[in-house]
Ligand binder design. Structure first.
Ligand code: NAD
Length: 481
């Protein structure tokens, strides 16, 4: 496994590696090198050099490489899906979503001439005009997590590169295979050397990116402690930073919700991708008499789920990423029981191979319990009964996280109150995973997001470009040289 720097596949300078493991079978798929600060330096210098010419390529020509890449991604779609399932464990259907959402970022970034357009206004004073343009800034970098091996890097680089910047990507060392394949396709799409660079590694690579003097901005997605660290380190080195962190997502069910579809949607949100989504629902807050019906239906639906190897088309839920992740989630389940919650469905079953945890349902969850406060990142349904929407909102808004929240109801008035008062920055109304599409912007609030400009869509232009204003006066009589 090599880095891709300056249009060449080059060996990492790191001497240590991390095993890339298929979580369904425990088979070692590859050894991912842990790169060094010098690998980062080489990639950044190549990107810095490439920027000098890439920024002068007209945007309509720059995006031709993205159009080519889009075609290549479609041609290789099923191979990417297979790789994603192999290294992450999610089902084939979920991997198709992972790759598809990534391709949609490329498609949206192809519209960069429109996205990047500036503003102008004549006669801001008599005979004086003003125009504001957006210019690329140089080298940007992204550091991404394990849970969407294909999609998350696409949240950033197509927008950065289409707008004239150059790029260094550091994917998660636990799932580098999808990105290695995508970089083969990036190479085929014919981007000039140095425009796109890949450095494999872990925290040494991250820290070198965050402190490198020639990196203008850093996009990060991962857990909250690392998001905070990246935000603090990179911003203290004068960089723009957008750091997307962890989450604790609540789902409120009112008695007037359409119960059948509500329960199915809530369950899919919580156990989809084995709960390893930053938008995964976690605690279902049922108001009044909605509680009993939600409880009865969700236990039945969760116990019916087919758990197994994601590459088997019959599988409905795959494994977690690692043995350590299974142990961590089991520990959180036990903590809820120890704190007085009731275990209605215990998913702690063993398989002879693979990092499995079956859907688990816990009732009687209270705000002070660890399981109600911490990100679970596993297929655990937490049930709580509240008296009113006001009480549910109080619970949601007291969380340290504010990524997403959902409300299930037929009442427009309740929906409006929820949209108005809930702190999370991505809300679902009768939707369980409110993930903004490529042409909208993505990002939470509080400890789920550090920075001020969110990912993809039109917001990304504020992150990847700087504005320049020119004010002009042309006197008719001055052209006399
Ligand atoms: P992680 O924080 O462990 O790793 C993310 C990246 O940071 C990886 O590339 C990793 O190499 C690097 N890293 C890890 N530890 C580091 C350290 N000590 N110093 C410097 N760099 C370090 O996250 P993960 O386990 O890969 O992903 C799961 C987390 O990501 C969850 O908390 C999930 O909610 C979050 N996530 C958030 C969003 C969002 O949009 N807010 C999206 C996807 C995932």
């Amino acid at each position: 496994m090599k880095n891709y720097i300056n249009g060449q596949w080059v060996a990492s300078l790191g001497t240590q590696t991390v095993e890339v493991i298929n979580p369904a079978t425990e088979e070692v798929l590859a050894h991912s090198p842990l790169g060094t600060p010098e690998d980062v330096n080489k990639a950044v210098l190549a990107a810095k050099e490439a920027f000098l010419t890439w920024r002068k390529v007209p945007a309509v020509d720059r995006v031709q490489h993205l159009f080519k890449l889009k075609a290549l991604l479609e041609e290789n779609f099923e191979e990417l899906v297979k790789l994603c399932t192999q290294e992450h464990g999610k089902t084939l259907v979920e991997s198709r979503g992972d790759v598809r959402r990534g391709i949609q970022m490329v498609e949206t970034a192809c519209g960069i001439p429109t996205l990047m357009m500036g503003q102008s206004f004549e006669d801001i004073a008599a005979g004086i005009d003003c125009q504001s343009i957006r210019q690329p800034m140089g080298v940007f970098a992204a550091i991404t997590p394990f849970n969407f091996p294909a999609m998350v890097p696409f949240w950033f680089w197509p927008f950065a590169v289409a707008s004239g910047n150059t790029f260094v990507l550091k994917p998660s060392e636990r799932v580098p295979l999808s990105q290695l394949k995508i970089f083969e396709l990036i190479e085929k799409a014919g981007f000039p050397k140095g425009v796109m660079n890949l450095v494999l590694g872990g925290k040494d690579v991250v820290n070198a990116i965050c402190s490198h003097p020639d990196v203008k901005g850093v996009s990060f997605v991962g857990s909250t402690p690392v998001a905070k660290h990246v935000y603090q380190t990179a911003s203290s080195h004068g960089k723009r930073v957008q750091a997307l962190g962890g989450a604790k997502n609540f789902m409120v069910v009112l008695p007037d919700a359409v119960m059948d579809s509500t329960v199915r949607t809530c369950l899919e949100s919580i156990v989809g991708c084995a709960g390893q989504r930053c938008l995964a629902g976690s605690v279902i807050l049922s108001v009044g008499n909605a509680f009993d019906e939600v409880k009865e239906r969700i236990v039945r639906a969760a116990s019916d789920m087919v758990v197994g190897d994601g590459s088997n088309p019959a599988t409905q839920m795959g494994p977690l990423i690692s043995k350590a992740a299974v142990e961590r989630v089991k520990g959180l389940i036990q903590s809820a029981v120890d704190e007085g919650a009731q275990l209605l469905l215990d998913g702690r079953k063993t398989h002879s191979k693979g990092f499995y945890l079956h859907p688990t349902v816990i009732s009687g969850v209270k705000p002070h319990m660890r399981i109600a406060k911490e990100e679970v990142f596993g297929p655990v349904v937490c049930l709580a009964q509240v008296k009113s929407l006001d009480e549910a909102l109080q619970w949601i808004n007291s969380s340290q996280y504010a990524n997403t929240a959902s409300l299930f109801t037929s009442s427009g008035a309740a929906a409006r109150q929820f949209s108005y008062e809930a702190a999370p920055a991505m809300l679902g109304l009768n939707i369980g995973v409110p993930a903004p599409m490529a042409f909208f912007s993505f990002g939470g609030a509080k400890e789920s997001f550090f920075g001020d400009v969110k990912a993809h869509g039109s917001a990304s232009m504020y992150f990847f470009t700087d504005s320049k204003v020119t004010i002009s006066r042309w006197n008719k009589n001055s052209n006399i040289w």
